[in-house]
Design a protein around this ligand. Sequence first.
Ligand code: AMP
Ligand code: MG
Length: 418
Amino acid sequence: MVEQHATSVCPGEVETIDLLAGLGRVLAEGILADRDFPPFARATRDGYAVRAADLALVPAWLEVVDEVKAGDWPEPGVCSVGRGQAVGIMTGAPLPAGADAVVMVEYTSLLADQLARSPAGKLAEVRRGVSVGENFVPRGAEARAGQLLLDRGRRLDHAGIAIAASVGKSRVQVFRKPRVAVLSTGDEVVEIDATPGPAQIRNSNSYSLAAQVQNTGGEAVRLAIAPDERGRLRALIEEGLGCDLLLLTGGVSMGKYDLVEQVLGELKAELYFTGAEIQPGRPVVFGSCGDGSSTRSGRVGDPPPHKKYFFGLPGNPVSTMVTFELFARPMIEALAGMTPQPLIFLSARLKAEIRTKTGLKRFLPAVLSGEFENAEVELARWQGSGDIAALARANCYIVIPPDRERIEAGEWVSLLMR
Ligand code: AMP
Ligand code: MG
């Protein structure tokens, strides 16, 4: 089934998959309540279904006339609560007719009924009053039949899966994952199963980016490494533009062999920004190429031609990761059909003073420790944005505003989680 999705950046084809396979996927349909939630007035405590008015004076003695367990249906007329009566009830069971509250079992004692008046032959002594509506959820109070529970564009997490399961959706319609090409550049970069020469380094960026892409709900397409040579770089960039998005890494700083911008110029790329006032990640580039028509077959049912977007991310591994989170992630989410999500910033108390230069917003690898109100954070030891090993010690980045030279121990700082 192919359906056009109304975003300006992505042809959102739709597929129908098993619910659990939908974890991390983006809903292409709204999920509706198939009936009232709860479908009956549901007890939230073990105890007795009562009439609150009968407990205006306590202690009170109520005649126990029946019992409802979870899964039982108290047929009105057969099982109901009259004046001076109570029905034993378990958590999750339907409230019998006539009752307007549940009193918790902790405030009651069961006494044998000396006169053996009731079918159950018991009296309950109740030591606490209840208000009308206490300890049960009225039918439909959580959601009404037909009500939208999960919107189209919502990425399914475990809670979304629980909601879909609760309305009987064993299969869900999701958008096709956007294909995101990952292209590493640089003569010094070699494949990870090669033995690097003395001046070479392994291509970790294609792997970190592929992992971040998948984590964001995209499908990563790792291309061959592009050498610092125009012809080959151009061929690989053109290959990458066949995907929904292209992520280039390396070659976007100001070095003599940083050819990415030159080749993009040859391809008549439109650049929306070249550089951001951040560190790491300052040389990040964002743009688009063409209207996409040359890469489309034009067959009926094919998505319409549209622009292909790309990011040129800096080659330093930590810069690559940070710029992905700040810039590429929201774009991939949009391509995936997702409703835009804000970045999540936590905050914690700074353990030790930080001094830095002003002018750029900084994202510095850091260690968050402690829990709840005792959370605190300190900088990880690192050698700058090429230091991958520092990321093994860090679990977040401290965000330093561009106008701060010094942040004192004990101040609250924002964290970008990774
Ligand atoms: P560049 O942005 O090309 O100037 O590269 C900046 C730094 O990142 C250099 O030290 C590169 O060797 C390193 N680098 C570039 N590409 C990669 C890659 N794919 N994997 C790991 N490090 C890289
Ligand atoms: Mg380079």
